[in-house]
Write a protein that binds this ligand. Structure first.
Ligand code: NDP
Length: 434
């Protein structure tokens, strides 16, 4: 704690996982003997670098880039790149640390990493985005590779940015190593379903939670925060399964549509025009906009799917959701609920799907993209979607069984942390001390 005192998000993520692991250590003294906890919280390496680029006014701009290569016991480092002004070493480390266990949970051979920059893509021209991505990759390329470290997208990094990053990597390396990045667009190595995967996967996971309680999405009232990649495809799939999604948001405010969100309009605003979510009310007469991003949690719903960013649900927001009758909360974003909020949900009988299990569909499909790249072929939409569905089902079952085995039945926070951890810890012991 002292060593990382200046990294609150990282400490928060470690604390959440370590608290879950107490029963594992009681049953497995070998993990203590091999000092697994001290080893697992220390990243293999952190690369931090200057990114210099020229804006449209010919001014030289400087940002900081990061890549945290946390743990490659299970497979090559794998995790997204985030471009957002809030990016710092603590955020990168918390995301990379979580990624180790999430990736292990998918059952696929991928280790944990994360990267990004404090670059703010908002308001930048296409040419500025391209120049930034090229400069970022001019340093990053020497640290990554299809068998070494495979970055992907995250907040502020979508198909366009991955394309520019990949183009620059290829230019420097002089080789079309498709497996070096995932989230590529279909046509030059990207996988079908990758764009939809995190949102769809989240809904598949919640479907399992509902099924276990003899319920379904049919006629459930759902609130989804965010209106980015994860949020849009969570809305789409939940509606496809019969739910009524009534609200979504961006970092300025939220929209409420009593008739159910028109996801085509959200796609038009966000994916085509790149505008703010408040313009939704120009398309739908019954919809309202409120300039308060966190106010979205005051809308009564059966299911809440936080899909924007970390720490967007605090204790008060959780209590409001509970008093309004929420039955299920499942995390599309990474660490959207703080520890107090999670405890409020668990103590009040809310079924809670933690991020590392519920949003693992994105990285799982990235691993399927890597498999297609290695096999030099493409799979159909249905084949990838079926595999994604199967992976989410097995993550649910594994997390549930681990929770039962270690004495906290129904607690998927504990279950997913343990299921993810045990595979990595056993691998660390097998691979020896280094
Ligand atoms: P996008 O950039 O596509 O969308 C992010 C959304 O969240 C936007 O609506 C954005 O609003 C809002 N948002 C971002 N930062 C903040 C903030 N500080 N406060 C309030 N709102 C904010 O990102 P993704 O949809 O890809 O990612 C969303 C979350 O899901 C992140 O936590 C990410 O780590 C996680 N995730 C993503 C995966 C993926 O495959 N994309 C995989 C697994 C997890 P605005 O437009 O105003 O910035």
């Amino acid at each position: 704690k002292l060593k990382n005192a200046h990294q609150p998000e990282f400490l928060q993520a470690v604390e959440e996982i370590f608290l879950s692991l107490i029963p594992v250590f009681e049953q497995h003294p070998e993990y203590i003997q091999h000092n697994i906890l001290s080893r697992i919280v220390e990243p293999d390496r952190i690369v931090s670098f200057r990114v210099t680029w020229v804006d449209d006014q010919n001014q030289v701009q400087v940002n900081r880039g990061y890549r945290v290569q946390f743990n490659n016991v299970v497979g090559p480092y794998k995790g997204g790149l985030r471009f957002h002004p809030t990016v710092n070493e603590s955020i990168m480390k918390f995301l990379a640390f979580e990624q180790i266990f999430k990736n292990s949970l998918t059952g696929l051979p991928i280790g944990g990493g994360k990267g990004g920059s404090d670059f703010n893509p908002k308001g930048k021209s296409n040419a500025e985005i391209m120049r930034f991505c090229q400069s970022f990759m001019t340093e990053l390329y020497r640290h990554i590779g299809p068998d070494v470290d495979v970055p992907a997208g995250d907040i502020g990094v979508g198909g366009r940015e991955i394309g520019y990053l990949f183009g620059q990597y290829k230019r420097i390396r002089g080789a079309h190593e498709a497996g070096v990045l995932t989230g590529k667009l279909p046509g030059y190595g990207g996988s079908l379903v990758r764009k939809e995967a995190t949102g769809y996967g989240l809904v598949y996971f919640v479907e399992e939670m509902l099924r276990d309680n003899n319920q379904s999405f049919l006629n459930k009232k759902v609130v989804v925060s965010g209106s980015g990649n994860v949020a849009i495809y969570a809305i789409e799939k939940a509606q496809h399964l019969g739910a009524k999604v009534v609200a979504c948001s961006d970092s300025n405010g939220y929209i409420y549509d009593p008739d159910g969100i028109d996801v085509k309009v959200v796609k038009e605003i966000k994916e085509v025009k790149g505008e703010r979510i408040k313009t939704y009310v120009d398309y739908r007469t019954n919809a309202t906009y409120t300039e308060d991003f966190l106010g979205i949690w005051s809308i009564p719903c059966d299911i809440a799917l936080p899909c924007a960013t970390q720490n967007e649900i605090n204790g008060d927001a959780a209590r409001t959701l509970v008093s309004n009758g929420v039955k299920i909360v499942a995390e599309g974003a990474n660490m959207p609920s703080n520890l107090e909020a999670i405890n409020v949900f668990l103590e009040n009988g809310v079924l809670f799907g933690p991020a590392k299990a519920a949003n693992a569909g994105g990285v799982a499909t990235s691993a399927l993209e890597m498999a297609q790249n290695s096999g030099r072929n493409y799979w159909s939409f249905n084949k990838v979607d079926e595999k994604l569905h199967e992976i989410m089902r097995s993550i649910y079952i594994e997390s549930k069984e681990a929770a039962q085995k270690y004495g906290t039945p129904g607690n998927l926070v504990v279950g997913s942390n343990i299921a993810g951890f045990v595979k990595v810890a056993n691998g660390m012991i097998s691979e020896g001390v280094y």
